[in-house]
Design a binder for this molecule. Structure first.
Ligand SMILES: [Zn+2]
Length: 558
């Protein structure tokens, strides 16, 4: 058995996919909104089959067996997917398997983990640093849960890492040290907040200065394992709370997340030192569609809120904004003993937030009119009808304007819904060829193969891969490239799941239609190719062309 087969037979797809997204049972299969990066949708195209052990999205054609699924959802290489599955299943992968790049990454991950342990242990020796943390209401449990540590000595950290077997070069690459010769830790004297990726690997550090000084936080630079645009602080630890509560609170910083945890609110993450990115949203989308933004009340926080709202618009998220009293952050709210859940309960919709932040005086008739127009423009930019309706009703209440007037004004705004390029892309990707359909049908039932073979018209122009299947059987699909094979497996799942297939009265007729489609495709392509050859003076092509046309006429294709 190959390593792929071995890993895939050791893991259950429903279980594996369930780690990334919530699945709903639907007949024999499970369905969900597409969890893959770059595809957002409102009706589920993603399906998991417990019997076929595949997970596939028919919208973006991503997914397949466990290996392909991991490659697509983690956006990683084949080798990395194998490593991930190997650590999930406990099946050891042959040492020669990983390439150098991966080994390096692996070492950086384990190096960061070892450094985290070093910092954690170091903190125990500094009661004054602990007191600093206790003074900020952090207790032992929080310190432990968030793996908080302290950077005390670069020399000791260096020799600790050496004792763990890391080479100078690897330590240098970790970028923990300012200068590896003098063994200067760049975080020296700072409280360390280790940062984990969505799989729980330690990938970076944020060091907070103890007294007043700049910068308040020092962050690890971007590296092979750390790209802050796809890291949400605490998402690994919060993932269960997020799916349980079915919403996530996105804050600005590490201390906000820690403060909320102190207040018993566990379903929170932070973007650290960056705006909310599409990659962040992909991570969130796997766990929940409901997002509460909780940025600071200052102008930077308001700007971040506005940008984030734009990013999430029309991506299928339900968004609320937690509005904190002027200049306060979650830390201060929790520390003052207030119940943060009240702020969650009173969170604003994007329209509510827009009205609240506007500088207009709603007592003034003139201001009210301008505000109404601006709010209607904003509502217009949403594409979902129900969402729009919801906001219009809210707007009527907030501005104390009769609903009928609000709707009337709204309808007067001309709609110019431009289909985005992304939509067009998706549609193009959605194309399934007749050839793929045929192989998928053979996969469902190999006896279909004989049926198709009898209906071939242009034997000599049959695509190579299809010919291989027709001549040597469906198991030759295993020689296809992974992507191609998984797409066909996905299509076969879709066919079997369709009402059309289940209720079909005349299966032979269905198969014939598909084969006719292929015959026509082959004819058109060949005709086109031969015409071009003829135009360039190829006489043999002319003869071939005549034969093709005759055959097509005889069989009723032309
Ligand atoms: Zn998809």
């Amino acid at each position: 058995m190959g390593i792929v087969e071995e890993l895939e037979s050791a893991i259950d797809m429903v279980d594996l996919v369930g780690r990334y997204t919530k699945l709903k049972k639907s007949g024999a299969n499970y369905k969900a909104l597409c969890p893959f990066p770059g595809h957002s949708e409102k009706t589920p195209s993603f399906m998991v089959s417990p019997t076929k052990q595949i997970a596939y999205c028919f919208g973006c054609h991503k997914g397949g067996g466990a290996v392909k699924f991991i490659m697509d959802i983690e956006n990683c290489s084949f080798r990395e997917a194998i490593e991930i599955l190997s650590s999930l299943t406990g099946i050891k992968v042959n040492g020669n398997f990983g390439n150098d790049n991966f080994k390096e990454k692996k070492n950086l991950y384990s190096l960061y983990k070892d450094a985290t342990n070093y910092y954690k242990n170091a903190l125990k020796n500094y009661p004054e640093v602990k007191k600093y943390l206790y003074d900020r209401d952090l207790n032992e449990e929080i310190i432990n849960n968030f793996n908080i540590g302290y950077s005390d000595s670069g020399i000791e950290l260096f020799s600790y890492l050496k004792s763990k077997g890391y080479e100078d070069e690897q330590i240098s690459e970790s970028q923990i040290f300012l200068d590896i010769k003098s063994k200067k830790d760049k975080f020296i004297g700072r409280v360390i907040f280790p940062i984990q990726n969505s799989r729980g690997d330690f990938v970076a550090f944020a060091g907070r200065i103890l007294d007043k000084g700049e910068p308040k936080y020092l962050n690890s630079p971007a590296s092979k394992i750390y790209d802050k645009s796809n890291i949400l602080y605490n998402i690994f630890n919060a993932r269960q709370a997020i799916t349980k509560e079915d919403f996530v609170i996105i804050c600005e910083g590490y201390m906000d997340v820690i403060a909320l945890n102190r207040g018993g609110i566990l379903n929170c993450v932070a973007v650290s030192g960056t705006a909310l990115t599409e990659k962040h949203l992909t991570l969130v989308k796997r766990l929940t569609k409901k997002v509460f933004l909780c940025f600071d009340g200052d102008s930077a926080g308001q700007k971040a809120t506005k940008l984030s709202l734009e990013k999430m618009k029309n991506e299928g998220f339900e968004v609320r904004i937690i509005s904190l009293p002027n200049g306060k952050d979650p830390d201060e709210i929790i520390s003052s003993g207030k119940d943060f859940k009240e702020f969650i309960k009173n969170a604003l919709t994007p329209i509510g937030y827009f009205i609240k932040k506007s500088k207009f005086n709603t007592e003034s008739l003139e201001d009210k009119k301008i505000l109404l127009t601006e709010a209607l423009e904003l509502i217009k930019s949403y594409s979902d009808g129900i969402e729009k309706d919801f906001y219009l009703k809210e707007l009527s209440k907030l501005l104390e304007i009769k609903e009928s007037i609000v709707y009337d004004r709204f309808n007067k705004i001309k709609f110019s819904y431009k289909k985005s390029d992304e939509d067009a892309n998706l549609k193009a990707k959605n194309n399934i060829s007749s050839k793929e359909m045929i192989i998928a049908y053979c996969l469902i039932d190999e006896s279909n193969l004989e049926f198709f073979k009898q209906k071939i018209i242009f034997e000599e122009y049959l695509p190579k891969d299809l010919k291989e299947i027709f001549e040597n059987g469906i198991e030759k699909i295993n020689n296809f490239p992974l992507e191609k094979k998984e797409k066909i497996r996905g299509i076969s799942l879709k066919i079997e799941d369709s009402e059309n297939y289940k209720n079909s009265l005349n299966k032979a007729e269905d198969l014939e239609k598909i084969m006719n489609g292929l015959n026509r495709e082959i004819f058109k392509q060949t005709e086109e190719a031969l015409k071009q050859k003829i135009n360039s003076g190829d006489n043999d092509a002319l003869l071939e062309y005549t034969k093709l046309i005759n055959k097509a006429k005889k069989s009723g294709i032309k």
